[in-house]
Design a protein around this ligand. Structure first.
Ligand SMILES: C[S@@+](CC[C@H](N)C(=O)[O-])C[C@H]1O[C@@H](n2cnc3c(N)ncnc32)[C@H](O)[C@@H]1O
Length: 223
């Protein structure tokens, strides 16, 4: 199977991307467990995809909830979400310190290096603000799991993924002036069994039971 670069892969995945997967469900669950303070906050979702997490931020009281993403086809599926811009996490069209909470969810594994991305996430985050990063878990990649998806026609594709361990995230974040405040993961278990069952892959479920699929890191920006 040919490995697709993110822009090419997500252009293909965009029409069906909004359907949740085991990875996205675990990701949403670990982020919910963090109980981030969003009430009255300005939230930027970097690599927002089809913007499916912005409504939740607004529902939690965010005063502003905006998204940016590399792939125009993903943004085109974002329905009525306002003011979305196509841009790279490494060069955000956003003023310094403009957001209180900066999310970058399931994006950074698509980048070969983390430094520039963390520098931008930190730059657009207000002093004392929060940067949330989630990623495909390095342990899942080490166990041989790949970031795959089926397009609207049912063809299977693999997306480029670069493994960044926790140390690499912490180092790049620290260089950008961010301090780690929380670190969590989510493993394959009962809550996502249905995804495997519907795909006819309970064999895979049994093999992956207990394997961490998602990593979540919460950073704060010092003044
Ligand atoms: C797995 S999707 C996650 C989407 C969204 N964060 C979510 O959780 O539903 C990864 C997204 O990252 C975007 N992406 C990949 N590389 C990027 C980059 N260098 N800058 C900005 N977005 C990027 C892709 O276009 C895609 O929409």
């Amino acid at each position: 199977m040919k490995i697709l670069a993110p822009a090419q892969g997500y252009a293909l995945w965009a029409p069906t991307y909004s359907a949740e997967t085991a990875v996205s469900a675990l990701e949403a669950s670990v982020v919910a467990s963090l109980d981030l303070p969003l009430d009255g906050k300005r939230v930027l979702d970097v690599g927002c995809g089809v913007a499916r997490r912005l409504a939740g931020a607004r529902g939690a009281g965010a005063s502003v909830a905006l998204g940016v993403d590399l792939t125009p086809a993903m943004l085109a599926q974002a329905g009525g979400e306002p003011m979305l811009a196509a841009s790279d996490v490494r060069a955000l069209p956003v003023a310094d310190g403009a957001f209180d909470v900066v999310w970058c969810r399931l994006v950074l594994g698509h980048l070969p290096a983390l430094e520039q991305a963390y520098a931008e996430l930190a730059r657009v985050c207000a002093p004392d603000g929060i940067v949330l990063v989630t990623d495909f878990h390095p342990a899942a990649a080490a166990a041989g799991h790949r970031r795959t998806f089926r397009d609207a026609g049912g063809a299977l594709h693999e997306l480029e993924n670069h493994v960044h361990d926790v140390h690499a995230h912490r180092l790049a974040a620290a260089r950008a002036g961010l301090s780690l405040r929380d670190l969590r993961d989510r493993v394959v278990g009962d809550t996502v069994r249905g995804f495997y069952e519907r795909a006819g892959r309970l064999d895979m479920y049994e093999a992956q039971l207990g394997l961490p699929l998602v990593l979540a890191l919460v950073f704060t920006r010092a003044e």
